[in-house]
Design a binder for this molecule. Sequence first.
Ligand SMILES: [Zn+2]
Length: 107
Amino acid sequence: MSFEINRKIGKTIMIGGHLISIEEEKNFTRDHEAYGEWRPAQMKIVIDSDLPDTLRNETIFHEILEAITGIYDIRIKHHKLVILSVALHEILTDNCPGAQAPGTGPG
Ligand SMILES: [Zn+2]
């Protein structure tokens, strides 16, 4: 399992046939009281530009799960989505050397 392809494409990810951009915003945490956000109307994930790498990756996975549950209309309590995104991040970082969340590479 690798996110190499997404690193080459740049700061985008395909989910359910939708091209979703992953953008950074300065002071996002301060202004929104969250590290990131899924914006369905814009098909965009926004994350704070100053997060440390591990928190940044974890936040992107969280917002990707927000996008998946939104696009596929999966009903899940937010605290369970938090657990799933932390677990997914942990599995990928522990088992896929060099794996990065989409949107974290150059481009
Ligand atoms: Zn959330």
